[in-house]
Design a binder for this molecule. Structure first.
Ligand SMILES: Nc1ncnc2c1ncn2[C@@H]1O[C@H](COP(=O)(O)OP(=O)(O)OP(=O)(O)O)[C@@H](O)[C@H]1O
Ligand SMILES: [Mg+2]
Length: 402
């Protein structure tokens, strides 16, 4: 959930003149989400109200060394509470929680805070992060979530540190499927929900790398009938928003599908959606990757070199093709989330997905040559029987995410 920082698209008027990347601090959403009052939302949300002093104790007075991360909304702290009474417990005992505290420079985030409660207070699914409670006291606005031990996928994909070793191909496909299931759940709900801020930072991981979607502060109800919403102001995160939404403000579930395509591409390539540290022509991941994605002979150039030897050409091509479809400029050519889930299920490393006699797949390298990894590099975990893979380091534990 975010308010204002460099990559956030906040309150940009849709324009056919193109996206201007504004990060102005103007108010966030252009229209009411679900037209319910604050009182109605807080009363009907099935969430616990937790006092500020309890959360202060739970996080040891918001100690800097318990910060799990920072976002546009504010900082997220690790804390401990008793599971049934929700009273603060000693660090290391009781239930671990993540406490998101809204920056106190005004009330800019109040609407996102309430929207998060509105949606996560009603929606529950194994692939959505669980919101446990909230705090609304004087100027304080906090949200209390289940703790996700492996943090965000963004950290695993892009952070270069000993705490975050590169994710293996198998784990990337597993996470992509989990995230897709979360999005499919939102899109298939009786009252469809559009996330509007789907990105790798908003995919959190549990200890088994199950993906859960977070940050519903920009979400809104899907359109009814075959209409689409027209926003007077476009919000989201730069690099992830669909072109038609940026240009016209037309919002449908297909905008989320585009964002999913960007995230899948980030996972396949190990590159950020927007990276100004790369050479000219490579700043925008989609623009850089598209010419390769459409060319069967060059498609492997997109794949993260750190994955070499871990995937077969067929699977890499299928995954790249899925990303390309999601990224179709014309939204009608994008698949829906059910189709995305079906394709990703076929890309999982399960014995069921391995045709007879092909368990030893030919593994591809970025130059397109077959590269069966040597026997000594076989991985014993997380791969289908007989799967030949290089032995890939698992992300090691960051003390905070232990
Ligand atoms: N439930 C959670 N469990 C564990 N860590 C969390 C949890 N929620 C957030 N975090 C950590 O806090 C960081 C900041 O999260 P936050 O949602 O505030 O910002 P962000 O997702 O990075 O950016 P944005 O503001 O665009 O959403 C995350 O990247 C993650 O590392
Ligand atoms: Mg987030």
């Amino acid at each position: 959930m975010g308010i204002c920082w460099s990559n956030k698209i906040k309150s940009v008027s849709p324009s056919n003149t193109g996206y201007n990347g504004s990060s102005s601090k103007a108010s966030s959403s252009s229209m009411p989400i679900t037209p319910r009052s604050e009182g109605e939302i807080l009363q009907s949300c099935n969430l616990s109200s937790i006092s500020f002093s309890e959360l202060k104790n739970a996080t040891r007075n918001f100690r800097p060394d318990s910060v799990l991360g920072d976002g546009g909304f504010g900082s997220v702290f690790k804390g401990w509470i008793d599971e049934s009474t929700l009273i603060a417990t000693k660090a290391g005992s009781g239930m671990v929680i993540a406490v998101k505290r809204l920056n106190q420079d005004g009330f800019q985030g109040h609407k996102e805070w309430l929207t998060e409660i509105n949606y996560l207070g009603q929606l529950q699914h194994p692939n959505l992060v669980k919101l446990i409670g909230y705090c609304l006291e004087d100027e304080h606005r906090l949200l209390v979530y289940e703790f996700m031990p492996k943090g965000s996928m963004e950290n695993h994909l892009f952070r270069r540190s000993t705490h975050f070793q590169p994710l293996s191909w198998t784990l990337r496909m597993k996470i992509a499927l989990g995230a897709a299931k979360g999005l499919a759940f939102l899109h298939n709900a009786e009252q469809q929900v559009i996330h509007r801020d789907f990105k790798s930072a908003n995919i959190l991981l549990d200890s088994n790398y199950n993906a859960k979607l977070a940050d519903f502060g920009l979400a809104r109800d899907g359109p009814t009938g075959d209409k689409s919403h027209v926003s007077t102001r476009v919000i989201g995160t730069q690099g992830y928003a669909a072109p038609e939404y940026l240009a016209t403000g037309h919002l449908t579930a297909k905008s989320d599908i585009y964002s999913f395509g960007v995230v899948l591409l980030e996972m396949l390539s190990g590159r950020r959606a927007i990276d100004r540290n790369r050479p000219t022509g490579e700043h925008n991941l989609v623009e850089w990757a598209k010419p390769y994605l459409v060319d069967k002979r060059r498609v492997l150039r997109v794949i993260d070199p750190r994955l070499e030897g871990q995937y077969s050409f067929n699977r890499a091509q299928k995954a790249a093709n899925l990303a390309l479809e999601c990224l179709s400029t014309d939204s009608k050519y994008r698949p829906d989330m059910n189709e995305v889930v079906t394709t990703l299920e076929q890309l999982q490393d399960t014995t069921k997905n391995m045709p007879k006699g092909t368990q030893k797949e030919h593994h591809a390298t970025s130059n397109g040559l077959s590269n069966n990894a040597p026997r000594s590099h076989r991985s014993s975990t997380n791969d289908a029987p007989n799967r030949v893979t290089v032995n890939y380091p698992r992300p090691s534990a960051n003390p905070l995410f232990a």
